[in-house]
Ligand binder design. Structure first.
Ligand SMILES: [Mg+2]
Length: 210
């Protein structure tokens, strides 16, 4: 996958977040301040605009720009969290112009590292990590077993979805939702859901390319 394919996936992620804007904000309204979908749509909207206008010489510099746009345009905790993930990826992919399926493991690992550092969140805190970490573990296992690309990606999305469902059963320990304590049980986390949408879009687009 070259830099144009990566750019195209980021543009598709924006399209999906625009489509799911109201849904994500409704999830946030139940346990937070109801702006998650609008925040993500605004930030990724700026990213898509930028990518359509500008050319980047390498994947790293593109990811760094995505990071800056997310940090300055996505409100709430999600901007710094997603932004930090892209910042880590920007450092890793400086000067590089190609991604392979094997890079997915590193991409998820670095994203988790960045988000955990920035948000001080762990698994089961009812955050983005609850979708990313099961996805990462699944990708790592699939690659170790030399599974075909389809399987790596499908399982990644399945485990991420399970993570989304699981957030309904647990108490929020981070962010605004944590003020609700036990009352956060029964509600699906909006951040975990946007992560799932992003991973699903990555899968759909890579498999669509074949
Ligand atoms: Mg919010």
């Amino acid at each position: 996958m070259d830099i144009d394919n990566v750019k195209n996936i980021l543009i598709k992620i924006n399209e999906q977040l625009q489509l799911n804007k109201e849904y994500l904000s409704e999830l946030d309204a139940a346990i937070g301040d109801g702006d998650h979908g609008h925040n993500m749509a605004k930030g990724f909207g700026k990213v898509a605009e930028d990518l359509k206008e500008n050319e980047y010489t390498d994947i790293g510099s593109m990811f760094k720009k995505v990071a800056m746009l997310l940090i300055s345009n996505v409100g709430g905790a999600s901007g710094p969290l997603y932004g930090t993930a892209f910042m880590e990826l920007g450092k890793e992919y400086t000067g590089l112009n190609e991604l392979k399926i094997e890079d997915l493991e590193k991409i998820l690992e670095l994203s988790i590292k960045g988000i955990k550092f920035r948000g001080k969140a762990e698994l089961e805190d009812k955050t983005i990590i609850d979708s990313l970490e099961p996805a990462y573990n699944s990708v790592k296992e699939s690659l170790k077993n030399n599974e075909p690309k389809e399987e790596v990606l499908n399982k990644m999305v399945d485990f991420s979805k399970e993570g989304v469902e699981h957030t309904k059963e647990i108490i929020a320990r981070k962010g605004r939702a944590s003020y609700l304590g036990e009352r956060s049980i029964g509600h699906q986390d909006p951040g975990v859901t946007s992560t799932y949408i992003i991973l699903k879009t990555i899968r759909d687009n890579i498999l669509g390319e074949k």
